[in-house]
Design a protein around this ligand. Structure first.
Ligand code: ATP
Length: 635
């Protein structure tokens, strides 16, 4: 289970619970799977009705054989009766076939709807997971659960579930009919069934384990592809010349997957061959016993059978082979599907760490002043060493927990409209500080406040409306520039868009592109230069017009021209709103109303540039080191 985001205590409790539960999870999982069909109760009932109808219709023809042979042909020699019976035998499969088509349509509708619901539930649940979950889970792993695992159960939901019912009812009704024709032959035909059931159960267990392994391997492969076949991944791989290494890793895992798939297909193949043979030779045994009764005139265990009864019996009996084979197989399939459902439920059960309080405050952006306060904020990253295994909960190894206290008792106040610059050495906790404001993480103790309200009391919707973030790494969707901009404000007019891009000093550049605002930027905006992407990101936030701006200035050095353009873009952006900038640019630091100097998770100094320089502490040191000595603009 990927419980990467859980707190220590909860995590331990989870593992203990998992162990204690053991096989009970099966029943629980089955109940939950059944519950997911609840919205489609009516359709399910219709399917049941259709199945029952086709099953009963299926019994008519074998029973007609006895009527035709014994009654119409041999006893009465009645052509009229023969026609009636034959007509029934012709009409029955037609009706049955039509009902079957309707049933297939319903099966597929129900199955696809249930799958759609699972995907929707997973997506919206994962969307609500905190950043912690995503920082410790590979994207490929998440995608795999959403697509491979849900896809894997699709067949079970669409085909297997209805066929279980259909096969079950066929089997039961056929056995009853067989019993009526001849109890003795019924026992002979089905004597070995309990043994088959037992073996199937065993085979199912093995198959389930293999299925779990297979899904894990598939997730691993997806994650690998996702990691290496992305722009960043390919850049890293090519520049470090690790193609060979990556290919080997991929091929090994791929080989592993192929083996598992073969094993999964082959498990129980021998066993099913045995069942097949058994079913093929039982008619011979039936003829032997029935023939023996007739030839020897023995009344052992009942009257000798009529010819019609023997043919009817063998026809009925042959009707059993398919459903019983299917039922035995289905049990194995279900075992495999249960493993997949478990993986889906695991994700659905991941606790949502950060959510709205029941009476969360809805703040109107225009009424918010933008006063930001941190009071004795302490925050620890709680992670786990094996965060990347797909289901540490299932392999039973409780992970070693890693804790890193990133912020110790951090306090500061930023007045409305002020620009605060966060500076400090790498790893000091600057990014972490900014993450607490939009509740990407929650504090362990102390509080983060906006206009005197603890952010945990404000609705997440309000918070995201209030706060705008420009991150170091600009993320653009694989869509047109216009669509990327509209992400900030869906109903923005053309004028607003142009005003924003002009303010961000990117309008002219966009107009030079082949399709202007409709130019599609590649994934993550790789078709644009670093500086251009940043300016688009800035224009996007200008459009959003948040009360509070969080700005993580890019550390990468830009040439003076781009630098000036970015500066020109930032100035109007910071005006009139509270801004917290992780400052790497001298101009930002100099313009700041308040400089917060961080070191090892603490605010060690705060004040203006002049005050801090005069102090001769860490800030003065950093300033001299990074700005004066290098004459550079990056930190
Ligand atoms: N997801 C995480 N899990 C565990 N520890 C983390 C995580 N993110 C950051 N840290 C740790 O927390 C500390 C503070 O990190 P943070 O990113 O806030 O530093 P920073 O001041 O922004 O650094 P930089 O200037 O290099 O970006 C660092 O020691 C970092 O290793």
């Amino acid at each position: 289970m990927s419980i990467h985001g859980m707190h220590g205590g909860r995590m331990r409790a989870y593992y203990e619970e998992q162990k204690a539960r053991g096989h009970k999870t099966d029943a629980h999982t089955v109940r939950r799977v059944i519950a997911s069909f609840r919205p489609y109760k009516m359709q399910v009932l219709l399917v049941l009705g259709a199945i029952l109808t086709t099953t009963l219709l299926g019994l008519i023809n074998p029973l007609m054989i006895q009527r035709i042979l014994d009654d119409a042909i041999f006893a009465r020699r009645d052509m009229h009766l023969l026609f009636i019976y034959v007509a029934i035998m012709v009409v029955t499969p037609i009706v049955s076939g039509i009902v079957g088509v309707g049933q297939s349509y319903l099966n597929n509708t129900i199955g696809q709807n249930v799958m759609r619901d699972f995907r929707n539930r997973l997506y919206s649940h994962l969307q609500r997971m905190s950043l912690r979950f995503f920082t410790s889970t590979r994207t490929g792993e998440i995608q795999s659960r959403l697509s491979n695992d849900v896809g894997g159960v699709q067949n079970v939901v669409t085909n297997t579930a209805p066929s279980i019912i259909s096969n079950l009812s066929t089997t039961i009704s056929t056995v009853i009919a067989m019993f009526i024709v001849s109890p003795l032959l019924t026992f002979v035909s089905l004597g070995l069934l309990p043994l088959f059931l037992w073996i199937t159960y065993k085979v199912g267990n093995i198959r389930r384990e293999t299925s779990k392994e297979t899904q894990k391997s598939m997730a691993e492969l997806t994650a690998m592809m996702q990691e290496t076949l992305s722009v960043s991944g390919i850049l890293l791989m090519k520049t470090f010349g690790r193609q060979e290494y990556a290919r080997e890793r991929f091929e090994n895992e791929n080989q592993h997957l192929a083996k598992l798939e073969i094993r999964q297909q082959m498990i129980g193949r021998w066993f099913f061959m045995f069942i097949g043979i058994f079913f093929s030779i039982t008619p011979a045994i039936v003829y032997l016993i029935a023939g023996w009764q007739i030839i020897q005139h023995v009344n052992f265990l009942g009257q000798p059978l009529s010819l019609g009864a023997i043919v009817t019996f063998t026809t009925l009996q042959s009707r059993l082979f398919f459903p019983i084979g299917q039922l035995l197989n289905i049990q194995v399939e279900i075992q495999g599907a249960l493993a997949l459902f478990e993986r889906i439920f695991e994700y659905l059960d991941l606790p949502i760490e950060i959510k709205d309080k029941p009476e969360a405050l809805e703040l109107k952006p225009e009424e918010v002043k933008g006063d930001v306060r941190f009071q004795n904020v302490t925050f620890t990253y709680k992670g786990q060493s094996n965060a990347e295994t797909s289901d540490p909960g299932l392999n039973g190894n409780a992970p070693r927990e890693l804790h890193h206290t990133a912020l110790h008792s951090v306090s500061f106040t930023i007045k409305p409209g002020q620009l605060a610059a966060l500076v400090g050495p790498s790893g000091a906790g600057k990014t972490t500080t900014t993450y607490l404001l939009p509740r990407l993480y929650d504090v362990d103790s102390g509080s983060v406040q906006i206009d005197g309200h603890d952010v945990r009391d404000i609705s997440l919707n309000s918070l995201s409306e209030l706060i705008g973030m420009v991150t170091q790494e600009t993320y653009l969707f694989h869509a047109s520039i216009r669509e990327n901009l509209l992400y900030a404000k869906q109903d923005a007019t053309e004028e607003e868009i142009i005003a924003a891009t002009k303010a961000a000093a990117i309008h002219d550049r966009i107009m030079e592109l082949e399709n202007g605002y409709d130019t599609v930027v590649g994934e993550r905006g790789y078709k644009l230069s670093g500086g251009e992407k940043q300016r688009i990101a800035i224009a996007r936030v200008i459009l959003k017009n948040p009360r509070i701006l969080i700005l993580d200035e890019a550390t990468s050095a830009l040439d003076t021209h781009s630098e000036r353009l970015i500066q020109a873009a930032l100035d109007p952006l910071m005006k009139g709103r509270t801004t917290i900038a992780i400052a790497h640019r001298l101009s930002t630091i100099l313009a700041a109303d308040l400089i917060l100097v961080m070191d090892k998770g603490r605010i060690v100094e705060q004040g203006t540039h002049q005050e801090l320089l005069a102090k001769g502490g860490l800030y003065a040191h950093l300033y001299n080191e990074q700005f004066v000595h290098t004459h550079g603009i990056t930190a």
